[in-house]
Design a protein around this ligand. Structure first.
Ligand code: SF4
Length: 993
């Protein structure tokens, strides 16, 4: 007997040809057994259904070539004592062979990419005949020769105990005599030599009809070509197309959505079908290794690649519901906050820094401080336990050890039997698949030496990746998968996404091991790059031939790559051969508005509102709007913000009573903050919101911490002078021993700050310390001149007032309001003539201080520190005649060691009263307008995040602010933009202690 090749067009003619082939083989006996070999199970189901509906079918089995080979040849291999080889087993063999090799791969032998590439090539070569492999090994490139040699070694390692797909096909060929004697091969795709050999063997003992599809332009297909903005919009439009078709009566199982590339379409199509509640079957959007159980084990095994770092641990805890040993969920959010506050970043920080943080926090005394201190220690113990379980990163231990560790992690972190039982179905299935994979890997001890945790994790990942999986039942719901899935299936509607250059045809794959010249030596047994593009072309034609209507979707761009896309060249070929309708989905909004039938409830609502707006109806009156409170509020907010009036959506809280002073003394900087920006003041002091700082992202010490450090060093130095450990400045000011003491104080404080994790990366920190030492030394020289000229003695350092039991500085306003102020004066000096000098040290710029004068120490009502400190110094001096007070800001290097001085005498106080009154009235008015700066280029520093959390600028805020200035209350409080009012300090990089 012989193998007969018949050709048929794809689509309905192919099914009719199958009917004829089956009838011919059965020769009028419908119970005569026939085997139909198909290239996928989905094609088998579709073909069987079609035959059943078109003349009936009995005694026919529809199987893939691999399954058929398993049925036919598997038993013989099993009886010989061999087991089916799995991906991890091949990887182990490849790893061993590479490790023992001294060839060109030796430098990269440990790399997982090398293992993966060699494993895949090995599998391909297993289907190539021995003579052709020899030819490649003898005449190929140096790399190809080495690959053939290594693959032969891998085979020698495995062949005694394991069999693979090629072995199965050979074994099936040997058992062909016992196979059913009637076989139809229905629309085979690329037949590998081993498969061809099996067919030849079958033909030797029985009848084999090979029904090959013809590669020809499909005809009679209604074709729509649609371009959309990007892949996401394509998937959305694909689902809308499906919904519209179903609305017109097309059954779901007669619809397919296929793509040119899994990434990103598998995930996007799955997500949009899920959102629309449409059942589907096919390739899952979420791969097994992306499921909870897989991520949990893989991420934990790899957690300490660069040591256990705070960011990595909390990234893991964010998607895995980790548990403590007693089964309770870890308090992730609290731990995350505490670890940030403790300044943890790297692997070395968990021990000392967390202990120091816990002690500092506990010392603060209140109940919640105790709880935070306990939680910090609990986190420390959790990490220590994790470290203990993971062991040393380089430790080589048995496979079973790592598998057991994976099982333990799964069991404990997923909440034991009870927690696992509550997993959603998909996650539970993934959990059992991961468990099975761990079990398989645990058995590798019989084959391989102990391995490191990293190698175990790589091998587990390969094992999980090797099973792309499937969701749903074939024939139930929309059929979803790569383009090849649709070949041979009949559809009424087929949607193809990703029909663009770069995807269809795809560029040649990056060739790791065998190039085209080497592949050409195998006489077609291994495809060359051009074959792959031709195969895609054939698949597209074949898939379209099987459908009545097709929609080809093209992305105009790729937002991930910010690249423009061109429609596939094959669309033009199709358009020549059949009537084609082209349309465009201009945007996400237009896609929704013009959808024939929206896919989801929210799309329905948006479409209804858009149509109402287009027809001129007031959107706010629409029933959808009236029925949904979030929409109502959203519309009200947009309308209010567009008004030239301050509203409750812009910070108008004038109906509320807000006490600017409260029952405790307030700091002058708190009052200044309102002048800088009322909205920022509201966010910070009324709502209590603070931007979150990430210690891991901190490259350098922040301006705030730098200010704190300099103040702490100066304070330590000045206290030594006050306590007599160092002499007061003499006629020449400060001397060498003072400089030495100041730098020593700086060093001590810097070490403490480093302990707290607030100093950024080590390299930056080293140069920062040099800079600060230089600045302090230079500052001391400048200060020397002042103290010598004034004959001043230091009498107080960081003098606190209004807190910790110290009396506040009190300023009584003309209307009788008593303002009690709290704060800390950096330094108080007494001069020979009794004058007091209060000094505030500044590490930032001096621009916003330039308007300070003797008659206006508030710089136009924006600065309140100097008068407050002057009042505090007078109180410090005690009863008696009120001494004259000189108040000044002493700047460091950033402002060139400048001094801004004000003699706070009688003439100064009216301005101070005015300024304080203005602030108090402003806060009481409840007008918390945002006062942004004009948007400008900034390299990195964002001075205030309340309106600019994404660091993209405040241009929109500025426009809004200009509009709101039309409100007389706002204009009255702030003045016109661009007038003499100084810039808000919230937008300056000016930070002091
Ligand atoms: S970003 Fe600007 S406008 Fe917004 S709160 Fe901060 S300072 Fe005010």
């Amino acid at each position: 007997m012989a193998l007969q090749r018949l050709t048929t067009p794809y689509g309905p003619p192919a099914l009719r040809a199958l009917r004829e082939a089956v009838d011919r083989l059965q020769q009028g006996d419908p119970l005569a057994p026939v085997t139909v070999l198909v290239h996928s199970n989905a094609v088998g189901v579709a073909a069987r259904r079609w035959l059943a509906a078109n003349g009936g079918i009995a005694a026919a089995q529809f199987v893939t070539a691999f399954r058929f080979a398993e049925l036919l040849g598997g038993q013989a291999l099993a009886e010989s004592g061999k087991r089916p080889v799995s991906t991890p087993v091949v990887d182990v063999a490849v790893r061993q062979v590479l490790a023992a090799s001294s060839g060109i791969f030796q430098p990269i032998a440990q790399h997982q990419a090398t293992i993966t590439a060699l494993r895949n090539t090995y599998r391909d070569l297993r289907h190539v005949s021995v003579p052709l492999r020899h030819r490649l090994g003898a005449s190929g490139s140096a790399r190809a020769r080495e690959v053939v040699r290594l693959c032969a070694d891998v085979h020698r390692t495995l062949q005694r105990d394991w069999y693979d797909e090629a072995d199965l096909l050979h074994s099936a060929g040997r058992a062909a005599a016992s196979a059913p004697c009637r076989t139809v091969v229905f629309l085979p795709q690329r037949l590998r030599p081993t498969e061809q050999a099996l067919l030849d063997a079958l033909a030797h003992h029985g009848e084999v009809l090979l029904l090959e599809g013809e590669h020809r332009l499909p005809a009679g297909v209604g074709l729509d070509v649609v371009d959309a903005s990007d892949a996401d919009e394509e998937a959305r439009e694909a689902v809308r197309t499906v919904v519209a078709a179903v609305h017109d009566g097309t059954p779901l199982h007669r619809i397919g959505i296929v793509w040119s590339r899994n990434e990103p379409y598998a995930r996007l199509v799955g997500e949009h079908l899920h959102a629309a509640g449409i059942p589907w079957n096919g390739r899952p959007g979420i791969a097994l290794h992306e499921r909870l159980a897989a991520r949990l084990v893989l991420d934990l095994l790899r957690l300490d690649r660069r040591g256990i770092r705070r960011a990595d641990l909390f990234a893991l805890l964010a998607h895995v519901p980790a548990r403590l040993a007693d089964g309770t969920l870890v308090p992730r959010q609290r731990w995350e906050r505490l670890s940030r506050e403790a300044g943890l970043a790297g692997d070395a920080d968990w021990a000392d820094r967390l202990t120091a943080f816990s002690e500092r926090t506990r010392a603060r005394g209140q109940d919640h401080h105790q709880r935070d201190a306990d939680a910090a220690l609990q986190l420390q113990a959790f990490v220590a336990d994790l470290r203990n379980q993971l062991g040393e990163p380089g430790a080589e231990l048995p496979w079973q050890h790592w598998a057991d560790l994976g099982h333990r992690f799964l069991h404990r972190w997923l909440g034991g039997h009870r927690g696992i039982a509550t997993l959603p179905t998909d996650e539970f299935e993934a959990y059992t698949a991961v468990q099975a994979a761990l079990d398989r890997l645990g058995r590798l001890d019989a084959l391989a030496q102990p391995v490191t945790r990293v190698i175990f994790a790589h091998t587990l990942q390969s094992e999980l990746d090797s099973a792309p999986g499937r969701v749903g039942r074939i024939g139930v719901g929309v059929h979803v998968g790569p383009l090849s899935f649709a070949v041979g299936q009949p559809f009424e509607l087929l949607v193809v996404v990703g029909t663009c250059e770069g995807l269809l045809p795809a560029p040649p794959p990056p060739e790791a091991l065998l190039g085209d010249a080497d592949r050409a030596l195998t006489d077609g047994a291994l495809p060359i790059n051009a074959d792959l593009a031709a195969e895609q072309h054939r698949q597209l034609w074949a898939a379209l031939a099987g459908t009545k209507r097709a929609v080809l979707l093209t992305p105009r761009g790729d937002l991930r790559a910010t690249a423009l896309r061109q429609p596939s060249r094959w669309i033009a070929e199709l358009a020549h051969g059949m009537p084609t309708q082209a349309r465009s989905v201009p945007s996400f909004a237009a896609g929704l508005a013009d959808a024939a039938f929206p896919a989801t409830l929210s799309q329905h609502r948006i479409r209804a509102l858009t149509h109402a707006a287009r027809s001129g109806q007031p959107v706010a009156e629409h029933p959808v709007m009236r029925s949904l409170q979030p929409l109502r509020l959203g519309v009200a907010m947009i309308a209010a913000r567009a008004l030239p009036l301050l509203t409750e959506y812009d910070g108008d809280l004038s109906g509320l009573s807000i006490d600017p002073l409260g029952d405790r003394p307030v700091s002058p900087t708190r009052l200044e903050a309102w002048v800088s920006c009322p909205h920022g003041w509201f966010m910070r002091y009324v709502l209590g919101l603070q931007p979150v700082e990430q210690p891991d992202e901190q490259m350098q010490i922040t301006p705030r911490d730098r200010g704190t450090l300099v103040h702490a060093a100066l304070d330590q130095f000045h206290r030594q002078v006050i306590d007599g450990l160092l002499p007061q400045p003499g006629p020449d000011g400060w001397g060498a021993q003072h400089l030495e003491a100041l730098l020593a104080a700086f060093q001590e404080q810097a070490g403490q700050l480093e302990q707290e994790g607030a100093t950024g990366r080590a390299a930056f920190w080293r140069s920062e310390q040099s800079r600060q030492r230089y600045e302090l030394a230079t500052w001391l020289q400048h200060d020397s001149v002042f103290v010598a000229g004034r004959h001043a003695q230091v009498i107080a350092s960081e003098h606190r007032f209004g807190s910790g039991g110290t009396p506040p500085a009190v300023i009584e306003l003309p209307d009788g309001t008593v303002v009690r102020l709290a704060g800390s004066v950096d330094r108080i000096d007494r001069c020979d003539d009794g004058t007091l000098v209060v000094t505030d040290h500044k590490t930032g710029g001096a621009d916003s201080f330039r308007d300070i004068t003797d008659t206006d120490p508030t710089a136009g009502g924006t600065k309140l520190q100097l008068p407050a400190y002057a009042a505090a110094a007078v109180a410090f001096a005690g009863a008696g005649a009120i001494p004259p007070v000189v108040a000044e800001y002493a700047f460091l290097g950033k402002a060139d060691y400048k001094r801004v001085t004000s003699h706070i005498g009688e003439s100064a106080w009216p301005k101070v009263y005015d300024a304080l009154q203005h602030v108090l009235d402003g806060i009481r008015s409840g007008v918390f307008v945002a006062r942004p700066e004009k948007s400008q280029f900034r390299l990195s520093f964002v001075p205030c995040e309340y309106c600019d959390p994404d660091h993209l600028g405040t241009a929109e805020r500025w426009t809004q602010f200009e509009r709101k200035l039309a409100d007389p209350r706002v204009a009255g409080l702030l003045g016109e933009p661009g007038d003499a009012t100084p810039a808000p300090t919230g937008h300056e990089e000016t930070v002091d202690g």
